[in-house]
Design a protein around this ligand. Structure first.
Ligand code: CA
Length: 295
């Protein structure tokens, strides 16, 4: 398959976290410590960066998003996902952690901690410069932040020498208490150069109204839509029209949850620009890259 991420012949194996300068890690830990929780929440392990908060332990995995242009599958970006475990190593879904979280201060801290963790683990892999990083951001977090939106993360990016345009924030499906503040937050991020994706479109509060409000650069079609399109051929025309509408609003469309070759064909038929899913690549800790990546 032409989409396999492989290391260039003769390339140097990057298997330790030493590509992240210890002073930079310390600087980011200092920024995080200002939130009043752990003083060193980010930890350098031999082969990765980890994070901790109270009884929770975090690590990053990455799932590629592929461009469908010209009938090919080309790696376009990596979406970072958190893996959460307790002290004993038992894993549980990060959504449970955020669902159980009631303190706005802690939600802001955890959101920043995970974004920093993913960025560091992304850079540790020395990805080709053309590859973007997609980060999930909780919509309620955006509403909770009182200071200038994006200033914390902009500081982290400056320290690490990463342009904001390389980062896309996926606004996770979530009902928010104050849509006007959500819009204000998105505008601030955009002014700093970040790109915006609307996640899980077709589910809950992620709908056309949100597209009109946020004018995202990307819309990610929820996996349920792709499952329905597989089971109900009669719905595919409607899905194609929906993709057309999203294109008219200036968004590029990513189909999530591609679990079979047939679904990949459907994503192409209805006009999606990008695709992501287990059929294409599973989320893993360290990806390998071919010399041809980077567009
Ligand atoms: Ca996502």
């Amino acid at each position: 398959m032409d989409h396999v991420l492989t290391r260039p012949t003769g390339g140097t194996e990057v298997s330790d976290a030493s590509v992240i300068d210890a002073a930079k890690l310390e600087y980011i830990n200092c920024l995080l410590a200002r939130h009043g929780f752990e003083s060193t929440p980010l930890i350098q392990h031999p082969s990765r960066i980890g994070a901790r908060h109270e009884d929770w332990r975090f690590r990053s995995v990455f799932q590629p998003i592929f461009s469908l242009q010209d009938g090919r599958l080309t790696p376009y970006a990596l979406e970072a996902l958190a893996r959460v475990a307790d002290r004993s190593g038992s894993q549980f879904p990060p959504t449970l952690m955020f669902a159980a979280e009631t303190s706005p201060k802690r939600t802001v801290f955890l959101d920043r901690l995970l974004r920093s963790l993913h960025l560091l683990n992304f850079l540790r892999q020395q990805p080709p410069t053309g590859l973007s990083l997609f980060l999930n951001v909780n919509a309620q977090h955006l509403v909770n932040v009182n200071e200038t939106h994006g200033s914390y993360f902009a500081d982290v990016l400056t320290e690490l020498g990463v342009p904001a345009g390389r980062i896309c924030l996926e606004v996770v499906e979530d009902a928010v208490s104050d849509p006007a503040r959500l819009l204000e937050a998105i505008k601030s991020y955009r002014q700093l150069g970040f790109r915006i994706a609307l996640d899980d479109f077709g589910q809950g509060a992620s709908n056309l109204e949100r597209v009109w409000l946020l004018e995202p650069d990307y819309v990610k079609l929820d996996k349920r839509l792709m499952r329905l399109a597989l089971m109900r051929p009669d719905l595919r025309d409607t899905l194609a029209q929906l993709v057309d509408i999203l294109h008219l609003h200036g968004a590029r469309v990513i189909s999530e949850g591609i679990e079979s070759g047939r679904q990949l064909d459907i994503a192409r038929e209805v006009g999606c620009d990008y695709a992501q899913g287990y059929h294409l690549a599973m989320p893993i800790e360290t990806l390998q890259y071919s010399a041809t990546l980077g567009h």
